[in-house]
Design a protein around this ligand. Structure first.
Ligand SMILES: Cc1ncc(COP(=O)(O)O)c(C=O)c1O
Length: 408
């Protein structure tokens, strides 16, 4: 699925005989070095606060290459470095830093570029806690936060002011999956020397190679597909060379520190990211098509579908799709919507996504948009498709529709 090649990474110095290491090979090999750890295939969990140095001179020069080696637990251990290296390599960025959650990664990445008196452009369709961070932490501290129409593409140029310091994107958008023309936005921002930050949780470093599309700082909630098993929280920021120092310094200044155990879980999840995503996107597409043909459904919001307004952009820029999408019901009462969701036996009701399990929630879109007026004309339900049997999931949804009708 997807039109973008999205497969070739630069030749790896660790595999000199292979001219171009493909992304599935990166998933299996990056971030581990058995020769360093007595042949152990996985990088072990290193727990530490203190790191000891052989001499006073070595201790006092430990900060010279601040974030490469290991110098104090808060800045990361070899387990952290392994995860960071693997994700940076997969996505094609310069370097990465791991944080305790995706939202921490968003907050730190934005904070690296804006201060009081600056102007920040934020897509109207961002994950709602990103919006809360901007409204509750940045705006009262003097940052002019402006939400923009995510569909404007290169017209973002008209919104860039002399005091604009960053453009924040999320493509596709949270809950309603509008695609952004990231290369066009990047071209406009770069013409004015402004970095593009993008929440790439949906695209994943496997399906959207941010840096080839002009993103400067890519942000992931690794809690989702990278961890993949709904058992740890993690965030990752990947940056290009130009923006790396600002990002890494900010993460250190805030004191963010992710546990090595969670890094290990994220690294373990990463090994199977490709097979899970490929399987889940197939099931998601089949379910999306099935839903589109249902009489209860007005519209499915999933750029993978040919008639989705974002399909051409998705096909051009992405190598595949996450198994997360929404659908709009024909007008239905709250009671009917609740009857549908509550009847589901295999779809859990809960936050997050990207794990092995299917989830359903009602997307209260109107609460989270200010620059655009979403008019879907019916309740919006968001589904995450997990690894369950496809037929079983469809049967569960079909039963939901029966219960919805009965409730009406
Ligand atoms: C698009 C997106 N970005 C960021 C996050 C935040 O990630 P975390 O829950 O790891 O803080 C989420 C969580 O749902 C998300 O959906």
């Amino acid at each position: 699925m997807g039109g973008a090649q999205n497969t070739v990474a630069a030749a790896s110095p660790s595999h000199p005989a292979i001219p171009s290491v493909k992304k599935d090979t990166i998933l299996a090999h990056a971030g581990r070095d058995p020769a360093r750890y007595q042949g152990m295939v996985n990088t072990p969990v290193f727990r530490t606060s203190t790191v000891l140095f052989p001499t006073l001179e070595a201790y006092e020069t430990r900060g010279d290459d601040q974030f490469s080696g290991v110098r104090y637990g808060r800045h990361g251990t070899p387990t952290t470095r392994a995860l960071e290296e693997a994700v940076a390599k997969l996505e094609g960025g310069y370097r990465a830093v791991a944080l305790p959650s995706g939202l921490a990664a968003i907050a730190a990445a934005i904070s690296a570029f804006v201060k009081s008196g600056d102007h920040l452009l934020v897509a109207d369709t961002v994950y709602s806690p990103t919006r809360s961070f901007c409204d509750r932490r940045l705006a009262p501290n003097g940052v002019a936060v402006e939400y923009y129409d995510p569909l404007g593409g290169g017209r973002i140029a008209d919104l860039i002011r002399p005091d604009t310091r960053a453009v924040f994107c999320e493509s596709p958008g949270s809950l309603t999956f509008e695609m952004q023309d990231i290369p066009a936005i990047a071209e406009a921002a770069h013409a004015r020397g402004i970095p593009v930050l993008s929440d790439n949780t949906w695209g994943t470093p496997y399906f959207f190679r941010s840096f080839e599309r002009g993103v400067d700082v890519s942000i992931h909630s690794a809690t989702k597909y990278i961890v993949g098993h709904a058992d740890a929280m993690a965030g990752i920021i990947v940056a290009n060379k130009q923006r790396w120092a600002a990002v890494r310094r900010t993460v250190a200044d805030f004191g963010y520190s992710i546990s090595p155990d969670d890094c290990y879980l994220a690294l373990r999840g990463l090994r199977t990211l490709g097979v899970r995503l490929n399987h889940q996107q197939e099931s998601a597409l089949r379910i999306a098509r099935w839903l589109a043909a249902r009489p209860e459904v007005k519209r499915v919001l999933y750029p993978v579908l040919e008639d989705d307004p974002g399909h051409a952009l998705w096909k051009r820029d992405f190598g595949g799709a996450a198994s997360l999408f929404s659908f709009v019901l024909h007008p239905a009462s709250e009671k009917q919507v609740a009857a549908f969701v509550n009847a589901l036996e295999l779809f859990g009701i809960g936050s997050s996504w990207g794990g092995y399990e299917s989830l359903a929630t009602v997307a209260r879109v109107e609460k989270y948009r200010t620059a655009t007026r979403p008019a879907f004309g019916g309740p919006v339900i968001r589904l995450h498709i997990g690894l369950e049997d496809l037929g079983d999931l469809i049967a569960d949804l079909a039963n939901g529709f029966v219960q919805m009708k009965t409730a009406g």
